[in-house]
Every structure is written in structure tokens, then in C-alpha cells.
Design a protein around this ligand. Structure first.
Ligand SMILES: Nc1ncnc2c1ncn2[C@@H]1O[C@H](COP(=O)(O)OP(=O)(O)OP(=O)(O)O)[C@@H](O)[C@H]1O
Ligand SMILES: [Mg+2]
Length: 268
């Protein structure tokens, strides 16, 4: 627990789960949760840990924006509404224990594993699945494993892949329009139950924590690789993504982050 007793304004809410980047609290109604975005950053299966001041505020805002746009093109998502600078109300889902990674350009583990230079464009989009298990280091798995071990059904797998491609097409265009190359990204999905039937919706977050975003002209990294690779300027990079998405009107960005760091200094 990061927050204790009176110092945390929402201390009376029941905490459901604390992850590496977010905390889930019980929501105001059954079937809802509150997703709190922390400033904590981890990399390489949490072997590297740190803090990026203001990251939670930016990711909350960026994810809200992206999920709202995706809902607009018919992608069902868990997002209901943003509550404040660090929290959003979401629908509670049963998380499918698979991270769906979509790649347009070779980078990260793919570059390393196959010895292909980072930045090599892929002739076709690749979808990869990773089994969500920290103890195992989230291993790469195939659809055979997913079906064999019952992590998702054939139909669910199809729905997830289908949505992942739609999200990729939409986001690639959105980011290209603001001079950013969507290199790759990670999605998480969950089940919503309606009596005996369930359907798959998009869950978790979409933010520079789980995307590779490169400036189209300079190649500059505007994502968590700045933290992974000790490049510095993490907040500025996340802020730049938010700014280009039009999320902070003139001057407001610094105001929001100043307020946050002010709070931090006062230990609130
Ligand atoms: N709508 C939702 N309902 C229930 N759980 C969700 C929902 N959206 C996301 N989650 C889960 O909430 C957690 C968010 O916390 P965070 O991203 O910090 O976790 P994490 O450290 O990445 O750990 P994990 O390995 O569990 O994903 C994740 O476990 C994610 O799968
Ligand atoms: Mg996570």
C-alpha cells in the first residue's frame, strides 16, 4: 500500500488490486471499478523500478482520450468516465490472461530475439500473444497454447485479434496525423458476463507505457523506452504525446504537473 490512513483522500475505498502502474478500487456500483494511475514505472519484468513524476496524470488523460475515440469507431471498452486527474471509472471485467501485442515496425524483444535491426518496417502487421504471469516473465505463447490451456476460446481469440487490428489501423492513422509512428503496442482484454454469456471488451490502458511511439521526422522515442534505456526526459516525452493529441490547451500542461509535484512535495 502506497497510501495510508488520512493522507489519502480515497482511503475509505476498498482496494481490489495494486499492480505496478495502477491501483484498482471498488467502484460506486456493482460491476464497476476505479482505476488509479500511479507514477511508478517498471521495466524488464519489474527488475528495473523508478518513478516518473506526473506520468499517472498523463496516462490517465491519454488513455481516456484514446478509449473514447475507439468507442467512437465501435470498439467496446471498459472505460466509463474520468473522475479526476489520476482516476477513471471503468467496468469490471474478468481479465483474459493474455497480452496482445501488435507490431508494425521491428523493435524491442523482436529485434533482439531475431537479430533484426530496430526500425525495420514489417511487410505485414504481426500479432503476438504473451501469457500474463510475472513469475514466468510473461512468456510468448501461440494460439495453440491459449486454446489448449483454456485461457481464451477460439471465438474470443478471434474477437481479440480482430479488435487489435482495428485498434492498430485507427491508432496508426491517429498518430501519423500528429507526426508519430506507432511502432508497436500492447492491449489487454476482458470478459463481461451477462448471465451465461460473455463478450470480450478492451480493458486496461493505452498510453506511452505500453506503446512504442517514435517521432516521424527525428525518430525520437516518446514512450517508456526512455525509461527502459535511461534516455531521460520521460515526462517531457509523455507530455509531448498528450500535447500533440490536443489534450493540454496552451499553458495548462505545466499547471497540471506543477500542481502534482507541489502535492508530492507536501507529501499528500
Ligand atoms: N476493467 C478491468 N477489470 C479488472 N481488471 C482490470 C481491468 N482493466 C485492467 N485490469 C487489470 O488491472 C491491473 C492494472 O494494474 P497494473 O497495470 O499496474 O498491473 P501490472 O503491474 O501491469 O500487473 P499485471 O501483471 O497484473 O497486469 C492489471 O492486472 C490489469 O490486467
Ligand atoms: Mg499493466
Amino acid at each position: 500500500m502506497t497510501f495510508q490512513g488520512k493522507t489519502h483522500p480515497m482511503a475509505r475505498r476498498r482496494q481490489i488490486y495494486e499492480g505496478k502502474a495502477k491501483i484498482l478500487y471498488e467502484g460506486p456500483e456493482p460491476g464497476t471499478l476505479i482505476q488509479y494511475f500511479k507514477d511508478d514505472a517498471t521495466a524488464f519484468n519489474a527488475q528495473k523500478k523508478g518513478t516518473i513524476n506526473g506520468k499517472g496524470v498523463l496516462n490517465n488523460r491519454i488513455s481516456e482520450h484514446v478509449f473514447t475515440l475507439l468507442a467512437g469507431i465501435g470498439i467496446p471498452t471498459h472505460f466509463i468516465r474520468r473522475l479526476n486527474m489520476r482516476e477513471q471509472l471503468i467496468r469490471q471485467v474478468e481479465i483474459v490472461p493474455i497480452e496482445v501485442v501488435v507490431r508494425n515496425v521491428v523493435a524491442g524483444s523482436l529485434a533482439k530475439k531475431l537479430g533484426i535491426e530496430e526500425g525495420t518496417p514489417l511487410p505485414r502487421t504481426i500479432i503476438e500473444y504473451y501469457y500474463k504471469d510475472d513469475a514466468l516473465g510473461d512468456p510468448l505463447v501461440t494460439d495453440e497454447h491459449i486454446l489448449c490451456f483454456g485461457w481464451a476460446s477460439q471465438e474470443e481469440l478471434h474477437d481479440m485479434a480482430d479488435m487489435a487490428i482495428r485498434v492498430n489501423d485507427f491508432l496508426s492513422g491517429l498518430f501519423a496525423g500528429i507526426g508519430i509512428r506507432l511502432v508497436d503496442f500492447k492491449l489487454e482484454f476482458g470478459r463481461i458476463w451477462d448471465n451465461d454469456y460473455s463478450r470480450i471488451i478492451l480493458a486496461d490502458e493505452i498510453s506511452p507505457d505500453g506503446c512504442r511511439l517514435w517521432d516521424m521526422t527525428t525518430g525520437e522515442k516518446l514512450d517508456k523506452d526512455r525509461f527502459r534505456r535511461d534516455l531521460g526526459g520521460e515526462v517531457e516525452a509523455y507530455q509531448e504525446v498528450a500535447r500533440r493529441l490536443g489534450l493540454f490547451p496552451e499553458g495548462e500542461d505545466s499547471a497540471v504537473l506543477d500542481l502534482e509535484s507541489h502535492r508530492k512535495r507536501r507529501g499528500k
